[in-house]
Design a protein around this ligand. Structure first.
Ligand SMILES: *Cc1c(COP(=O)(O)O)cnc(C)c1O
Length: 289
């Protein structure tokens, strides 16, 4: 039983889904989960190469990236600082950041916009500090995400992934191109107006007709949820034993369910969903369930 759970790819046998497997990147680590580890892997390597000992990054108060960076820094013997967007608040994510030793600097939305300036103002004279963009967006991050494709031992007709900034999507597309696969990549932006994801992707790799953006599964916008999505999560988790977070992975699995239901994806076509982790996001929304 546990072998199946911890193996990297898990098959889903829950009735409305056909031919669906899940890449369990959520099992990578409880705090440096899923794609956040994929993104940080080569960022940390570069910081180390440049002999940096202090990571400086940026995020909202519920950012999975901040927790991941804080945890990764503490395990690598590095220190970390985060500029947190908005007024001072406390929540379980920031508690974890603090416990991992991350220094938090709450920053008003206006100043937050210019991240390079914030970095320069606070850490310019400090040769040990390393700038990591919001969400880890960087060329290094796409290299780490492309490795998801390299690890696959089977081929799939379709690969699905949720997108916030699109960096993970860019890495996956790069991986598909590098391995010359015929797999279609389906990206589910979790924000409204997600077509900007293409702009992010072309900064890293050429667009190709492997890429399918699905712009209609944002459920009202970033971190917005509906009763339909909640009942989907409850049903899915009770039938599969797989937890979903309402911000990212639930919207992706809902999209797969809906595209299969509509027959846009045929019953015989093999699908792989990337479970990008982020389960702590669930607890920030406990009052919605
Ligand atoms: C951050 C995150 C994403 C989005 O990744 P991007 O590279 O920003 O598109 C997807 N899923 C989870 C669980 C995340 O935490």
């Amino acid at each position: 039983m546990f072998e199946e759970i911890y193996s990297a790819v898990q098959k889903i046998t829950f009735a409305p889904f056909n031919n669906l497997s899940v890449k369990r990147d959520d099992l990578i680590d409880p705090y440096i989960s899923g794609n956040k580890w994929r993104k940080l892997k080569y960022i940390l390597a570069k910081a180390e190469e440049e002999k940096k000992t202090h990571l400086v990054t940026f995020g909202g108060a519920y950012s999975n990236h901040l927790v991941a960076t804080a945890a990764a820094a503490s395990r690598s013997g590095l220190t970390a600082t985060a500029f947190v967007r908005g007024e001072e608040v406390q929540n379980e994510m920031l508690l974890l950041c603090s416990l991992f030793g991350m220094q938090l600097i709450f920053t008003d939305r206006e100043s937050y916009r210019d991240k390079q300036k914030l970095f320069q103002q606070h850490f310019a004279d400090d040769e040990k500090s390393y700038f990591i963009d919001e969400g880890g967006a960087s060329p290094e991050a796409t290299i780490g995400c492309a490795e998801i494709i390299r690890e696959l031992t089977e081929t799939y007709d379709h690969i699905f992934c949720a997108a916030g900034t699109g960096t993970t999507a860019a890495g996956l597309l790069k991986g598909i191109q590098q391995h010359q696969l015929n797999t279609k990549l389906h990206i589910i932006p979790v924000l409204k107006g997600g077509s900007f994801i293409e702009d992010e992707i072309v900064q890293h790799t050429p667009l190709s007709d492997h890429l399918n953006l699905h712009l209609d599964y944002h459920f009202g916008g970033y971190a917005k949820i509906t009763p339909e999505l909640i009942s989907f999560i409850k049903n899915f988790t009770s039938k599969t034993g797989l937890l979903l977070d309402p911000v990212y992975t639930a919207k992706m699995f809902y999209a797969i369910f809906d595209l299969q239901k509509q027959g846009i994806i045929g019953k015989d076509e093999k699908i792989l969903a990337i479970h990008t982790g982020g389960l702590m996001g669930l607890f920030g929304m406990r009052d919605k369930f």
